[in-house]
Design a protein around this ligand. Structure first.
Ligand SMILES: NC(=O)c1ccc[n+]([C@@H]2O[C@H](COP(=O)([O-])OP(=O)(O)OC[C@H]3O[C@@H](n4cnc5c(N)ncnc54)[C@H](OP(=O)(O)O)[C@@H]3O)[C@@H](O)[C@H]2O)c1
Length: 323
């Protein structure tokens, strides 16, 4: 698989990385319903076998469970992957909710616990998960810079930061990457953020490129209605009317174009993200090996100019309807 340089760093990533939020499981307000750890381990190992060379996780995913499963799945294969994890989101003691916390001593303690769960002695990319609270982003970023000096972390990155927030912290230490949401139906980063990242050698790894499963071509209203209570998507506006129908109509409009190329809509949605200027990679969530096999089957731009224009016209029409 092709590799792309991540921002100013020496990390060379495949266009697709495996996202492991869903692998953290359910039974928490930000879970994805029941998840079988054996499926998760097979999905991770299959991704690496397919040549995908990076994984994204976070302490916040299932109270660290996602990191634990990755540690188990990668036993003996740590050196084959670039590990990206995140800090700065803590769980309330009763597990009922999360909150942002960026004090330096807390981030350093989080790093130690992530290293343990991941069964490694270094993290390739350590990212601040959310810029919360805003007044502590400099302190949190300073802690990441210290961890780089100590050799526990190779590069620092951020997620969900605005351009203004990135400008504030880049004076302290260079930013290797930004992890923002980006998909055919969530294009908020195009005007300001992507050009800023390109100009500042900040790699962009897009999250939820299939809009949490909505753009896979497999999501149906019946499936959404049957989501278990511990699947966070049950409460997401995108999975409720009128947005749900608008997004599923886009999928129906894209299906014939994808089919002429022998591709699932999911792959078309990923290819679209990966071909936008400024995007380095896409973090693709999967909970079973067959999902990552299907979505990552090609990242080549297999469309003619006319087909590409037709896709973009449908995406623009959907954007107008969602506005
Ligand atoms: N930094 C942040 O704040 C942040 C926020 C969100 C995500 N992320 C990262 O980005 C990653 C990806 O985002 P995401 O997981 O939200 O969404 P996504 O990649 O857009 O969608 C992933 C989901 O789509 C479904 N799916 C995947 N492949 C499929 C296939 N071939 N056929 C049918 N369904 C398929 C699976 O859920 P079902 O099978 O249950 O439908 C899977 O969990 C996360 O895992 C996480 O690492 C970061």
């Amino acid at each position: 698989m092709e590799k792309r340089k991540l921002g100013y760093s020496d990390l060379h990533i495949t266009p697709v990385g495996l996202g492991t939020w869903a692998i953290g499981g359910g039974e928490n307000p930000y879970g994805w319903g029941p998840q079988d750890d054996n499926d998760s381990i097979k999905a991770i190992q299959r991704a690496v076998d397919l040549g995908i060379n990076w994984l994204d996780t976070a302490k916040g995913y299932g109270h660290g469970h996602s990191e634990e499963v990755i540690g188990q799945a990668l036993k003996g294969r740590r050196d084959q992957v670039i590990l990206a994890t995140k800090c700065g989101i803590l769980w309330k003691e009763d597990g009922s909710d999360i909150y942002g916390h960026l004090k330096a001593n807390s981030i350093k303690a989080e790093c130690e616990s992530s290293l343990e769960r991941l069964q490694t002695d270094y993290i390739d990319l350590y990212q601040i998960h959310w810029p919360l609270p805003d007044e502590d982003i400099e302190e949190g970023w300073g802690a990441i810079a210290d961890l780089v000096k100590e050799g526990k972390v190779r590069y620092g990155g951020v997620s969900n930061f605005s351009v203004e927030q990135m400008k504030r912290i880049q004076k302290i230490h260079p930013i290797a990457s930004l992890q923002p949401p980006y998909s055919m139906v969530n294009r908020g980063i195009e005007k300001e953020t992507l050009p800023f990242c390109t100009d500042n050698q900040i790699g962009v790894i897009a999250y939820s490129p299939m809009q949490a499963g909505l753009l896979t071509g497999k999501m149906t209203k019946e499936r959404v209605a049957a989501f278990p209570t511990d699947d966070w998507r049950k409460g997401s506006p995108d999975f409720q009317e009128p947005r749900l129908s608008t997004i599923l109509n886009l999928v129906d409009a894209l299906r014939p174009i994808a089919e002429t190329k022998g591709l699932p809509v999911a792959t078309l949605a990923l290819i679209w993200v990966l071909h936008q200027p400024g995007v380095t990679g896409a973090i693709v969530g999967a909970r079973r090996p067959d999902q990552i096999e299907e979505t990552s089957q090609t990242m080549e731009l297999v469309l003619t100019e006319e087909e590409w224009a037709a896709v973009n016209a449908r995406v623009a029409e959907c954007e107008r309807q969602l506005a």
